[in-house]
Design a protein around this ligand. Structure first.
Ligand SMILES: Nc1nc2c(ncn2[C@@H]2O[C@H](COP(=O)(O)OP(=O)(O)OP(=O)(O)O)[C@@H](O)[C@H]2O)c(=O)[nH]1
Ligand SMILES: [Mg+2]
Ligand SMILES: [Zn+2]
Length: 325
């Protein structure tokens, strides 16, 4: 796991507050804990020392906190507190457009991109999630759920096979149709790692959380209303500790995934099929868009790189160029 700082990632918010002499109620403060949920400027912190969850606000208007952050807090009552400092993060996954960015979660090891046979999944979003994983040094795993829906299975299998051929790990499961087998397949994959479940609405992310995390009780949608309704069941990101170590993080379904914060260098290296060819272009600063002697464009012309992947690269490069740096 790289410890490289992610561009745009907020830093420590400040030194931990010192203990106040004579204040016996706060003898344990600042306590340490993990941010397990975020609702706007209001965070749920799970204290390391155990006990009830704390509803916390960060101290200072500018401090940015993400689900997964390790924080120092001061309790202000039995179930409330103030976040006084955020530890340095290993990484922070976020999406961004021209104007704003939205944090998914921090301190992750793995990205489980959840697809389903039904509803139809977007390859544009899958491609973007893979690029995000590569650029943020997270291990991506493509999970095809709802393998029990046999009518839709052959087409979905064909679509994910393309990503397996690129070298990505693809796992096929059925959270409801084959719960025990799914549990057995996923448990070793998730053990001792922090894994974010990412995917469009209705793919089965929360159903997987309920299968893998005892007492999680995450809300899921009944199937009739889940199909093609465009509404999300999960409305906030939530960190769940796994029984065998590690954590599973559920997130709301997403419909867009801007990556305006990535640089050209990050983008070209985020496509595994480009990597062996980088450095083979005529111009050292080739953008791989329409330059003569471009090794990437040659590979597209010869059928070694799929045109849709090159089109995704070009689109992401275009988006990144919209940002004033
Ligand atoms: N047939 C079938 N249905 C499934 C499977 N896994 C989940 N579902 C159903 O798919 C629907 C949506 O599941 P959710 O877990 O709510 O989906 P989600 O990805 O969390 O959706 P959002 O929270 O909106 O992002 C529910 O009705 C689930 O019961 C599966 O393996 N097979
Ligand atoms: Mg959900
Ligand atoms: Zn080139």
């Amino acid at each position: 796991m790289s410890s490289r700082a992610v561009r745009g990632a907020p830093r420590r918010t400040g030194p931990a507050a010192t203990q106040r002499g004579g204040d016996h109620d706060r003898i344990e403060d600042p306590g340490k804990g993990r941010v397990i949920a975020a609702h706007g400027r209001h965070y749920v912190v799970q204290p390391d020392r155990g006990g009830s969850l704390l509803q916390c606000f960060p101290r200072g208007k500018k401090s940015e906190v993400a689900v997964g952050d390790r924080v120092s807090f001061e309790a202000t009552s039995a179930d409330q507190g103030v976040i006084v400092a955020t530890d340095a993060r290993r990484n922070l996954l976020f999406r961004s457009d021209q104007f704003k960015s939205k944090r998914f979660a921090a301190n992750l090891d793995q990205l489980l991109i959840v697809l389903a046979t039904e509803p139809h999944f977007s390859e544009d979003l899958l491609g973007r999630a893979l690029v995000a994983a590569e650029a943020h040094q997270l291990e991506p795993v493509v999970l095809l759920n709802k393998a029990d829906l046999l009518d839709a299975l052959p087409l979905a299998r064909k679509r994910v096979a393309f990503y397996a051929a690129l070298g990505y790990r693809v796992v096929e499961v059925s959270a409801t149709g084959a719960a025990d087998a799914t549990h057995a397949t996923l448990t070793p994959l998730l053990a001792h790692r922090a894994t974010l479940l990412l995917g469009q609405s209705g793919m089965g992310k929360s159903t997987l959380v309920n299968l893998l995390v005892p007492h999680a009780n995450a809300a899921t949608r009944d199937i009739s209303s889940a199909l093609n309704s465009g509404r999300h069941t999960t409305t906030f990101t939530r960190w769940y500790a796994l029984p065998n170590g590690g954590a599973l993080i559920d997130s709301p379904g997403f419909q867009e995934f801007g990556l305006y914060h990535l640089t050209e260098g990050q983008l070209e290296r985020a496509f595994p099929e480009f990597r062996p060819l980088l450095g083979g272009c005529r111009f050292y600063n080739c953008h791989h868009l329409h330059e003569p002697g471009c090794a990437i464009l040659d590979a597209v012309a010869q059928g070694h790189i799929a045109p849709a992947r090159h089109a995704l690269y070009a689109q992401l490069l275009h988006e990144a160029s919209q940002v004033v740096r």
